[in-house]
Design a protein around this ligand. Structure first.
Ligand code: AMP
Ligand code: MG
Length: 419
């Protein structure tokens, strides 16, 4: 897949690969981190399970009542009409009734109370008629096993409750706690080093000379990476000098699982990175049939993965969502899936060239008719970062689609769904 360094002036058709070809290549060349940490369960929130979580117990551990009412053996219930049963005791949650019951006897039960061995059904409070403190009338409208939660009904001992690669959320913490498990093995967080390249880049606080701009990519990348549960190594700005670039890349590769740079991959500039990577690692230069984000490099320095993203701020974000995120998910041991796409009615006219996939920045919202609508955030140039600030989605125009008129159906992918 090695190609000549691409440029924004190239005809995009020449040697261009599709977005999905690039993603497949990236995933096929990314290995999940093998190291794990054993952490107390609260610390496992948002982390990735390194092995399936096996339940050591049945949940619930014992048969218990799902209702307040009376518990009885269904054998003693009437087939028709009604019948009076004798109440011989009470079981509370945490305070079982520990004698067998006799013929035509029942006990009062509270929700969560253990069901004695010879009892199989619970009749809810609202469906009984108390005749006295010790006598209750029941009718024939009852079924065996009703209102009883049986041992192992939710989870059986030995069963895999959560899969390897599952990201532990709030409900999972509850599930893990319900099994009495105090610690889990989670995959070590990916370490991600990133820096910006460009002689024109100044840091906040410095004075801009003619032609200078403030480095914004590193801040946008910081924001994106913060959402990913990784350990970040921010390496600042590196000048377009081969020695400085080589040194930065080597340092990063010794300390990180993934390096992300921005800038310096378009024609002319790309030669620096190309020469250095040929020396210290391997790398593909791609022209991707997409907009924005056409030039992209992906490679490896020793065991460390490398993304050279384009310099334009919007292209940085679009390529991060589409290429870096799948790689990061795989590195982190997560199951990688594509974002869900929704059909929406376009409220904007959008011009589109065929044979490339376009990621227009959009705002999706529910229209007055209750259906999903989408409109552009405004100007869509790849340097116009405010188009991303306002967006909650990409309006994705696939390779084979043409221009869009108001009222046409478009595909929308919510930015949040990419993570
Ligand atoms: P390049 O790919 O290095 O030619 O950069 C393409 C465009 O993106 C140029 O206009 C750069 O000035 C701009 N650019 C590159 N890096 C950054 C950065 N870190 N922050 C803001 N703009 C940048
Ligand atoms: Mg540059």
């Amino acid at each position: 897949m090695k190609q000549q360094a691409p440029s924004c002036n190239d005809p995009f058709e020449t040697n261009a690969i599709t977005v999905s070809e690039a993603v497949s290549h990236i995933l096929n060349n990314t290995e999940s981190i093998r190291q794990y940490e054993k952490l107390a369960i609260r610390e496992c929130l948002n982390r990735v399970l390194h092995e399936p979580l096996i339940s050591p117990v049945n949940v619930p551990a014992h048969d218990n009542s799902a209702m307040d009412g009376i518990a009885v053996n269904s054998r003693y219930l009437p087939e028709s009409g009604s019948k009076v049963l004798k109440i011989v005791g009470t079981a509370f949650a945490g305070q079982p009734f520990d004698r067998p019951i006799g013929e035509d006897e029942c006990i009062r039960v509270m929700t969560g109370a253990l069901i004695p061995a010879d009892v199989d059904s619970v009749i809810m409070q609202e469906k009984i008629t108390l005749k006295s403190d010790t006598r209750v009338q029941v009718d024939s409208d009852n079924r065996k096993h009703q209102n009883v939660r049986f041992a192992g009904e939710d989870i059986k001992a030995g069963q895999a409750v959560l899969d390897k690669g599952h990201v532990i959320g709030a409900a999972d913490l509850g599930v893990i706690a319900s099994l009495g498990i105090a610690e889990c093995r989670v995959t070590r967080k990916p370490r991600v080093a990133f820096f910006s390249t460009g002689d024109e880049l100044k840091s906040i606080g410095e004075t801009l000379q003619a032609g200078d701009i403030y480095d914004s990519n590193r801040y946008a990348l910081y924001g994106l990476l913060s959402r990913c549960d990784v350990n970040m190594i921010d390496m600042g700005v590196v000048r377009d000098k081969p020695d400085e670039l080589r040194e930065a890349l080597l340092t990063a590769s010794n300390n990180a699982d993934l390096i992300i740079t921005s800038g310096g991959v378009s024609v002319g500039e790309a030669d620096f990175i190309k020469t250095i990577l040929e020396e210290i690692g391997t790398m593909d230069f791609w022209k991707i049939a997409m907009k924005p984000g056409r030039p992209l490099t992906f490679g490896k320095i020793n065991d460390c993965h490398f993304f050279g993203l384009p310099g334009n701020p919007v292209a940085v974000m679009v390529t991060f969502y589409n290429f870096v995120l799948p790689c990061l998910k795989k590195l982190a041991g997560k199951t990688v899936s594509s974002p869900i796409s929704f059909k929406a009615t376009s409220q904007s006219e959008i011009r589109k060239r065929s044979n490339r996939r376009e990621f227009q920045r959009g705002i999706a919202f529910t229209g007055e008719d209750g259906n999903l609508q989408a409109k552009l955030t405004g100007k869509q140039g790849s340097g116009i970062l405010t188009s991303m600030s306002q967006a909650n989605c990409f309006i994705v125009l696939p390779e084979d689609s043409g221009s869009v008129s108001i009222g046409d159906t478009v595909l929308v992918e919510f930015l949040e769904d990419y993570f």
